[in-house]
Ligand binder design. Structure first.
Ligand code: ADP
Ligand code: MG
Length: 452
């Protein structure tokens, strides 16, 4: 029928605009490398902040003792305690608790958010069993994973540049988030020292290195997306301090804010961005990460419903609500595992079109994120195999999107292999680190302990 033809036209046109041929991916990677250099050269020199983490040494395996971590950065927030065994003993014991952040705390006041965080942490500490008691007279020490762009002034302080991923609390911007948390802990009567402030990418990199010495970069594909890697200290012109002994510095790229004319963006992406909490920002994140993929699918479906009566005479009212179609639902539709695809009264033909739509959105995101990894590898000079060298490179990956969206994850890996070629691919390991960011923060707290 004419309606079906029109619906397929909308889908085809969307597919064409989402195209990510290899040549385009290479252009995206090269554009990212240009921005990486600019971001390292000067503060504010690029859309890529290339933030200095103050982590110039990564875990060695010698870390020992009881440490805490707190992971704030998305829909859920986690508290954990880790008993580190010291040389060759690894993690002796760990416990964690995960709570969701009430949406009202994501857009209220800074005190409301941090009071909630401190209260959860205090409850967690109060429930501590005897195996986890700190040594007498010793203050508890915490690694604080905070997955938003922060300009750090030391390993345990930093001011928030902006919120992302659905958080929007004006009075935190420009504040030291460590001081905000410390004040809330004090209000709660919780005696704990914040020993390290780390981005989740930096935590994941640290946790990954603890398990595998070849880990030199990390990527988060979750609600949002970001990456970190180990840079040579002398390749950071904007760093005016003493060069660290290690000669290295972990850089938090904040790659979610990358944008380039080479990114294949559609009218749906522009509309999503314009109506978002942070218009004009986090453009790369908005095409590759979990918070947005389902929303892009919803927007295309909405157009198909409105202009081609895809769901019959009326547009399902629910389909008009922003963010009702989450990426977990999208991935189950993509797999077509739910008999009704979460949408009732659909024919096989319609379901196939929906699977195709999900595939287009997931494929574009996964291929573009692989291009980002190529950029990092190229920047580090690890995208080639040198004669006679046996260099191995491992990248620690984390995030719910990577972990649960199989089609996305497979497409990401296939594309990276395609970009690198067979020989180089053999030297690159992609390692899934389950909750590496929390453990990584605890490890970095251990290396910053006041009792060393
Ligand atoms: P965060 O990024 O908030 O720290 P996670 O790393 O756990 O948290 O990622 C959660 C995100 O992962 C969700 O917002 C969602 O976009 C995505 N996700 C979770 N489960 C699935 C799934 N089954 N399929 C696709 N995406 C998923
Ligand atoms: Mg996370």
């Amino acid at each position: 029928s004419g309606r079906w033809v029109k619906a397929m036209e909308i889908l085809k046109e969307f597919e064409e605009k989402c195209g990510t041929p290899i040549l385009k991916l290479r252009q995206v990677a090269d554009a990212m490398i240009v921005e990486m250099h600019a971001g390292l050269a000067s503060e504010g020199g690029s859309k890529l902040k290339m933030l200095i983490s103050y982590v110039d040494n990564l875990p060695t395996g010698d870390e020992e003792g009881l440490f805490y971590a707190l992971d704030l950065g998305g829909t859920n927030f986690r508290v954990l305690r880790v008993q580190l065994g010291g040389r060759n003993r690894g993690i002796v014991n760990q416990q964690f608790e995960e709570v969701s952040i009430p949406p009202s705390r994501m857009t209220g006041t800074s005190d409301a958010l941090f009071d909630y965080v401190a209260a959860t942490l205090a409850r967690f500490v109060a429930q501590e069993g005897s195996v986890f008691k700190p040594s007498p007279g010793r203050q508890r020490e915490l690694g604080f994973t905070f997955s938003f762009p922060v300009v750090q002034s030391s390993i345990a302080s930093g001011t928030l540049l902006k919120w992302t991923k659905g958080f929007s609390i004006d009075d935190t911007v420009g504040q030291d988030v460590v001081a905000e948390l410390a004040k809330a802990m004090e209000r709660r009567g919780l005696d704990m020292r914040i020993a390290a402030l780390v981005n989740d990418t930096v935590g994941t990199l640290a946790g990954g290195r603890y398990n595998d010495n070849n880990v030199v970069a990390s990527v988060i594909l979750g609600t949002g997306s970001n990456a970190a890697y180990v840079e040579c200290a002398h390749a950071i012109p904007k760093w005016h301090g003493l060069l660290p002994k290690s000669g290295q510095m972990v850089i938090n790229m904040e790659w979610g804010n990358f944008r380039s004319s080479h990114l294949p963006l559609t009218e749906y992406d522009h509309a999503l961005d314009a109506e978002s909490l942070n218009p004009g920002e986090q453009i790369y994140e908005k095409v590759i990460s979990g918070m947005y993929l389902g929303e892009i699918v919803r927007r295309v479906l909405c157009r198909m419903a409105e202009e081609a009566a895809f769901f019959g005479g009326t547009v399902p009212p629910k389909l008009k609500e922003p963010f009702v179609l989450g990426t977990p639902v999208m991935s189950s539709m993509h797999r077509d595992t739910s008999p009704d695809l979460k949408i009732s009264n659909t024919s096989l033909k319609m379901r196939k079109a929906i699977v195709e739509l999900c595939n287009i959105v997931a494929t574009r995101g996964a291929r573009l994120s692989a291009a980002g990894v190529l950029a990092i590898l190229k920047k580090m000079g690890r995208d080639t195999v040198k004669e006679g060298e046996k260099q191995k490179t491992a990248i620690a990956m984390d995030g719910g999107l990577y972990e649960h969206y199989t089609e996305y994850c497979n497409c990401f890996k296939d594309t990276l292999n395609e970009l690198l070629g067979e020989e180089v691919s053999k030297t690159i390991m992609i390692e899934h680190s389950n909750d590496g960011s929390g453990i990584g923060a605890a490890l970095l707290a251990a290396s910053q302990s006041q009792y060393l």
